[in-house]
Design a protein around this ligand. Structure first.
Ligand code: BGC
Length: 280
């Protein structure tokens, strides 16, 4: 590599794209959140590994991240609880000095056909998937605005990445709570992007398709289910959590500094109306 400024190095050495940055990932002890926390650590960021249940897994993620020579710790908090989110971000500012990247990832499904869906199932999904992202974004944004841009760290005062889904745009029968939460995440992200861009804060979303994680095990864990699922994926493979993690690292980095208010679909073409490849 040509010797140059720290800035030039940051831009060309992809392995260290996020050197010196402080990242928090919610729901980081399994699935997409786990892979994302590890990828951020590998890219040079110090990482807070949030979890709500599954302390052992969270500690394993921390150990793996520490192996990259950066800092990490696990923090238990329910993202739908205002006081817990406030305390989580306050602790991070105390321990790491600030926050540069908030990955609002924690999410869940409570599936049922409409007539059988209870109000509790509806509320749980909206509380975690949508209200949780609102609370995490709000607490991160307060710190981004307070601190402002630190040029040696990043061109932006902070990045918020909302974990959305192809169901931000694809309706999903039998999952009205989940699809509504992700539709909401799309508008949450765009509105926050518009509101916060003047502070040089970038808000964007990553919208995964079918990724091999515990949330959708039934959809890929047998050959029959996988074959059925692949009919919806033009690219011909089920996604891996690392496919999403790489997209988050790129979006959080200065390589994507002019990307504001976008949804990056990482879905093997699931949103391309695959049924129309042969019909219509
Ligand atoms: C859901 C998965 C589903 C995928 C594609 C995701 O957002 O959580 O259960 O397999 O979308 O439909």
């Amino acid at each position: 590599m040509v010797a140059g400024s720290a800035d030039a190095n940051r831009q060309t050495d992809h392995a260290q794209l996020l050197r010196g940055q402080k990242a928090l990932v919610t729901g980081a002890n399994s699935g997409i959140g786990l892979a994302t926390a590890i990828a951020l650590g590998r890219a040079g960021a110090d990482v807070v590994v949030n979890y709500v249940v599954g302390e052992d897994e969270a500690h394993k993620v921390v150990e793996q991240i520490e192996g990259f020579g950066v800092r990490a710790y696990a923090h238990q908090a329910d993202v739908s609880d205002e006081d817990q989110v406030t305390a989580m971000v306050a602790r991070m500012v105390e321990e790491y000095g600030t926050i540069d990247i908030m990955v609002a990832n924690a999410g869940l499904q409570r599936d049922a056909p409409l007539a059988q869906m209870t109000l509790a199932q509806w509320r749980k999904v909206i509380d975690v998937n949508l209200t949780g992202q609102f609370l995490c974004a709000r607490e991160a944004a307060k710190e981004f605005v307070r601190r402002g841009v630190v040029e040696e760290v990043s061109r932006s005062a902070g990045k918020i990445i909302c974990m959305s889904s192809v169901h931000q745009t694809i309706p999903w029968a039998g999952h009205v709570n989940y699809a509504s939460s992700k539709g909401g995440v799309g508008m949450l992200m765009q509105t926050l992007a518009q509101e916060l861009a003047p502070h040089r804060i970038r808000v964007n979303a990553v919208a995964p398709g079918a990724i091999r994680t515990p949330i959708n095990r039934d959809a890929w864990s047998t050959p029959e289910a996988e074959a059925e699922l692949l009919r919806l994926i033009p690219y011909g493979r089920v996604g891996d959590p690392e496919d999403i993690a790489r997209a988050v690292v790129a979006l959080a980095s200065d390589l994507f500094d002019y990307v504001v208010g976008s949804t990056l679909y990482v879905d093997g073409g699931m949103t391309l109306f695959p049924g129309f490849a042969t019909g219509g």
